[in-house]
Design a protein around this ligand. Sequence first.
Ligand code: NAD
Ligand code: DAU
Length: 353
Amino acid sequence: MTIVVTGGAGFIGSNFVLEWLAAGAGPVVNLDKLTYAGNLANLASVSGDPRHHFVRGDIADAALVGRLLAKHRPRAVVHFAAESHVDRSIHAPDAFIQTNVVGTFRLLEAVRGHWQSLDGAGREAFRFLHVSTDEVYGSLSETDPPFSETTAYAPNSPYSASKAASDHLVRAYHHTYGLPVLTTNCSNNYGPFQFPEKLVPLMIANALEAKPLPVYGDGRQVRDWLYVGDHCEAIRLVLEKGRPGEVYNVGGNAEKPNLDVVHALCDSLDALRPREGGHRGLIARVADRPGHDRRYAIDAGKMRSELGWSPRESFESGLARTVRWYLDNADWVAQVRSGEYRNWIEKNYGKRA
Ligand code: NAD
Ligand code: DAU
């Protein structure tokens, strides 16, 4: 009943592994390269759990992946590993092509070999679940309907283009070889263990240090905010009940302009950690992200009607849980905001102000 998870030391992957083990769902082999975004501290609570087997390695290392699959004979592979930050993809796209495109391709090849070696019920039951993003669909205007599973692809950043390429490869492995794949395209996640380069944790961490809260452009760009626990539940459902070859869009039903998100965070911190003058005073408008997508929104109707899923957390309840988690885990925040993190902040924000 073992599953292999890739990228399980990152934000969503570690939440998924912790929830999977807490639910008693079976052993996990966790393959992660431990890039700047991977953090074993996220998995500290399961470090002594014999059901969790961590392997440091690259999804593009075909020999390693082949050995892991042959040894553990998993019933499924859940693929989170990726370079995931849009701003980094603008500064340095190479790693995005290498991991998201080449890495996913090598992983698919190894998984295809493993799947073809299975027979009978094992082969029938096997699944490869690819975790992707709503960004592959491009940008919506204020009045466009939300993205559905049939929206045409129109990626706009090196990150989203690399994810789109990986989605196409996954689709092709189903169409050509019959590999039983499932793809999820989800909206912006937030919650515990998110690396503080992304909007929500960056704003919380900066606010707690009374540093500026850098809002790109006019701050009216809209994202659909999804609490990470709801996303993990959706992935578990798709894995167990989704139809091979199908795509499932997962969203939080919580469209918000960035400025509203930042205001909500400031207000929440004002209540829990008051500061003279309030936190909104720290907001600083900075130069916009090149090619910045205006609006993302997800129609999660297929998840609702086929699998009975809808998000449990509202934006307000999810954000309250998240702020509380960051306040309660100051050591985790301090640990990740050192070393390479400081170089990134200087590179991305140094010239924006
Ligand atoms: P993350 O950046 O927090 O974590 C990525 C993890 O992958 C890290 O642990 C990293 O060490 C690992 N990794 C990177 N390259 C690797 C490689 N070559 N081999 C093995 N491991 C490697 O990312 P996240 O936010 O947890 O996102 C997980 C997945 O979900 C990604 O595929 C991302 O595209 C997708 N996604 C994320 C969001 C979001 O809002 N965070 C939304 C939609 C989709
Ligand atoms: O939509 C799903 C995607 O959401 C995922 O595929 C990506 O992996 C994930 O990083 C996220 O991409 P975004 O670019 O939407 O997320 P980010 O947190 O970087 O930014 C959210 C919005 O906030 C976006 O409009 C840019 C803006 N922003 C971001 C940062 C880091 C700011 O205004 N200031 C900032 O400092």
